[in-house]
Write a protein that binds this ligand. Structure first.
Ligand code: FES
Length: 140
């Protein structure tokens, strides 16, 4: 089987799908080559992520990674969420096929982009945490 049970579970039954009205931070990233787009919404109270939702227009792996990434940061502090790496996301999903690894990078970037947006709204100069997203070689 190409995908782990966890990937299939988060793909067929994604957690935290949707939007947050009056979100404290919104991040949107896209992969130019495959055209997949991921949007993250964060609600932050006293430095803690109290709610998180996502909308992903993309492949199954992108949906599964965004779903598990939201679970991984919910209830965590901003500092902890900033440490979320695509590697941790992939491990939490019990792995992804190599050609789908870039989809998990999208989840890390979307989360960091939403946190940057939060900093911006707070008037704190955001550290440029959103870098280039690797080219997607195996899209759809
Ligand atoms: Fe492009 Fe998954 S994000 S194929």
């Amino acid at each position: 089987m190409l995908y782990s049970e966890k990937v299939m579970d988060h793909f067929s039954n994604p957690r935290n799908v949707g939007e947050i009205e009056n979100a404290d931070g919104i991040g949107e990233v896209g992969n130019a080559k495959c055209g997949d787009i991921m949007k993250m919404y964060l609600k932050i109270d006293d430095g803690v992520i109290t709610d998180v939702k996502f909308k992903t227009f993309g492949c199954g792996a992108a949906i599964a990674t965004s779903s598990i990434a939201t679970e991984m940061v919910k209830g965590k502090t901003i500092d902890e969420a900033l440490k979320l790496t695509n590697k941790a996301v992939v491990e939490a999903l019990d792995g992804l096929p190599p050609v789908k690894l870039h989809c998990s990078v999208l989840a890390e970037q979307a989360m960091k982009s939403a946190l940057s947006d939060y900093y911006r709204r707070q008037g704190i100069d955001p550290v440029p945490i959103v870098g280039e997203i690797g080219e997607c070689e195996a899209c759809h």
